[in-house]
Design a protein around this ligand. Sequence first.
Ligand code: T1G
Ligand code: NAD
Length: 697
Amino acid sequence: MSDLVTLTRDGDIGIITVDNPPVNALSPGVPEGIAAAIDQVVADSSLRAAVLIGAGRTFIAGADIKEFGKITSGQKKREIGLHPVLFKIEDSPKPVVCAIHGTAFGGGLEVAQACHYRVASPTAQVGQPEVKLGIIPGAAGTQRLPRLAGVAKAVEMCAFGDPVGAADALACGIVDRIIEGDLLAGAIAFAAEVKAPRKSRERGSKLGHAAANEPIFAAAREQARKKLRGKNAPLRAIDAVEAATKLSFEEGIREEARIFEECLFSAESKAMIHAFFGEREVAKIPGLPKETATLPIRKAAVTGAGTMGGGIAMAYVNAGIPVRLKEVSEEALIRGLSTIRKNYDRSVSSGRLSREAAEQRMSLITPSTTYDGFEEADIIVEAVFEGMQLKKEVFTELDQIARPDAILASNTSTLDIDEIASATRSPHRVIGHHFFSPANVMRLLEIVRGKESSPEVIATSMTLARRLAKVGVLVGNCRGFVGNRLFHPYRREAIFLVEEGATPRQIDEALYDFGMAMGPLATGDLAGLDVGWRIRKEYQHLEKPGVRRALIEDRLCELGRYGQKTKAGWYKYDDNRNRMDDPEVDRIIDEVREELRVKPRAISNEEIVDRILYSLVNEGARVLEEGIALRAVDIDVIYMTGYGFPTHRGGPMWYAASVGLKRVYERIEEFERQHGELWTPAPLLKRLAEEGRGFDA
Ligand code: T1G
Ligand code: NAD
């Protein structure tokens, strides 16, 4: 037996413990260890049953995802998988009880399903999240789960991949008992009670019949196409569960294996596995030791309760951290609070939150028009209008009021963090915390280090991001940091393409079809076109004379068309924020084209996607070169968690590498010949294209 799996005993019950930190993944040696332990239990006449449990913080969290890359790159042959050990467990003549705490995910839940009984701690979660990696369950999860939990539940779990809590798992038949208190003791007691094994694969009563199942599969496919647009694995997972209702168990697992293999070698899966590890990689900061001290964050304060300030306050109280929320006037405060209230009411009415929880969170917000109580805060986040002078005034005030060890964070989208910090006596505690709209929803937190930001303030910010259920990405200080700096050429090219002949709807639909959550122009309307307009005016003096500038959006703002907040921007909006084409915009576009003496031309969607994405990638190569972004994967994570870039495309830099940097470089050179110096290729991109390498390789 490997040292990853041990067998001990309690009376006549064998205890099989999987101990493969950090998450007991089914790495090489673990399945073999479990199989050996089962053999020993079966052979040992003094043992009448066994309990399978995980050591540490969780049960088995799935197959070892790191092994997949080795298989798809041909480094390692795909073995026969988990089936032999699962059959060994299921065919054991002695009952095997699985004890679940933490997470039983993917292959972990499939191992649990092969056990004869499952007990769980009240906080345990079970799930088949494989589709979040662009694959489907590959160890009979799509075959045993419908037999245990019914077809509808199995489809929901396998196609959407979200975890299920212990109580729900008990209700639908996945778990047989919830164990309060000591899980191992409860599992041993349960094992002592059960008389005989019970094979999940032979429990066909919940498989239903074709007529009843048809509408379940149809509804799931429709929902998957809508909610997981562009992703193939969810649809294939539904196919596999459907196979379970039509084929024998043996035929079903063969069909599942065929689909699994097809998905595993797909670009979608490689991109989503890149995204999975990427979200973990960005938390590792070269040169910032793991043991760097972090400051306790028990109380927070926010200045400005506008679009962002309100959402930031919600992010804090959602994490249980009380917030003081300051505005300039009662009127502005009431406006900010009512937006927060509306957001919570929406969560309650959609069932995502209980009324009680909503009230509890609202009670953690202390509204104010003064800085009273700010001296108690461990962190103060500034979210006032985007203007350097105002920000510096506010930071000078905060520097006077705040406790000397409190962190001062700015939510600026573009402004120089070092200049803001220069308005204080303690720049070491100033840092950028750039949330994304809506701040209580978007997962990204771009953490902008100033040249004086201390290691403790950086480490605290990275840890705090996790606590706020955000993905913290550390970036350097420059105009627009990483996200918005790359977003600038991304949106600029979109507007140029309109000036040259495309319509706003064509632009947005081309990027939407590519997989973006929303097109670049509609996104502008959502965030507020005035934010970008203020920034362009703030930096006008830095613009290189003679270099082409996008005009239409400034024209829209000059007419007060700020987007959704004014019900008119690139589109017009009804009270329910439904987007409609606006002939007034067409008139403005024609007017600008005339001024520019541009004869509109037909533009292909391929050119639209290439120009808009490659302008971003080119700028991405520059921020990498400058060290503003630590790794290309950081840029990918920023765009997938903050800008609606599709995870099945892996992020802009991964996407470019999957197209081939040589091809991307040649296309950019082409655009440079057509459109001039705005398309000068980044030296890094040129070098990597010539060397035939990827970004982080
Ligand atoms: N394989 C390899 N490494 C893993 C891993 C896995 N399954 N899960 C986590 N890690 C690493 C992770 O990269 C990080 O490493 C460390 O563990 C801690 O993770 C046959 C084919 C379990 C909820 O999709 O959802 O089974 O950065 O920071 O926030 O059908 O990890 O420290 O070096 O995320 O407490 C299906 C994936 C696999 C679950 C814990 N299973 N994991 O969250 O810690 S496919 C999954 C998670 C499969 C079968 C198929 C989470 C977690 P490092 P962490 P956490
Ligand atoms: P907003 O106009 O919606 O809100 C700004 C609020 O600040 C207003 O309610 C105003 O009354 C208040 N305010 C102004 N001066 C103040 C002061 N001295 N003390 C307290 N409150 C004051 O703007 P917003 O969109 O929330 O942007 C706020 C900041 O967040 C800006 O720096 C912006 O660049 C940044 N940001 C915006 C977005 C976005 O999508 N809107 C995204 C990320 C970052």
